[in-house]
Write a protein that binds this ligand. Structure first.
Ligand code: FES
Ligand code: FES
Length: 155
């Protein structure tokens, strides 16, 4: 069964006739050409498919495409503006928080959401860890990721 849905994707209105069984992850990759979302576990455990829906961090592999109807979706592709990296992206580059990069788009979306809620606040390392607990890096580059999050909060 197919149904028409529309949502704002990285600031632009998009309309799709989707298979109602598909996840938002599948809609983004197969219909919308968004390749930053990665298929890790497909069961909401690794965060490689993380995006923001109305500014809330979600795992797009366990979020039905239908639920995105009428919402605002943000992915990594919408973070840089006019060729300039976002502050969070730049902090990841500066701190060497990127290894294979498979998990990086999801981490950057998690940090973007975290920074928005905690800008200039004195957050603890434990709070940062707790808020990024849904994102896994198999290269175990967590120390540099933590530094990048801390830098993002100060920038
Ligand atoms: S692929 Fe979605 S959480 Fe792992
Ligand atoms: S950088 Fe390799 S899984 Fe995260």
């Amino acid at each position: 069964m197919f149904q028409e849905i529309s949502f704002i994707l990285n600031g632009k209105k998009r309309k799709f006739n989707i298979d109602v069984r598909k996840s938002l992850f599948e809609i983004l990759r197969e219909y919308a050409g968004i390749k930053s979302v990665k298929q890790g576990c497909k069961v909401g455990e690794c965060g490689a498919c993380s995006v923001l829906v109305d500014d809330v961090l979600i795992d797009s592999c366990i979020f039905l495409g239908l639920w995105a109807d009428g919402k605002k979706i943000k992915t990594l592709e919408g973070q840089a503006k006019q060729g300039k990296l976002s502050k969070v992206q730049q902090a990841y580059v500066n701190e060497g928080a990127i290894q294979c990069g498979f998990c990086t788009p999801g981490f950057i979306m998690a940090t973007t959401s975290f920074v928005k809620k905690n800008k200039q606040k004195n957050v603890t390392i434990d709070e940062i860890k707790k808020n990024h607990a849904g994102n896994l890096c198999r290269c175990t580059g967590y120390q540099n990721i933590l530094k990048a999050v801390k830098k993002s909060l100060r920038n």
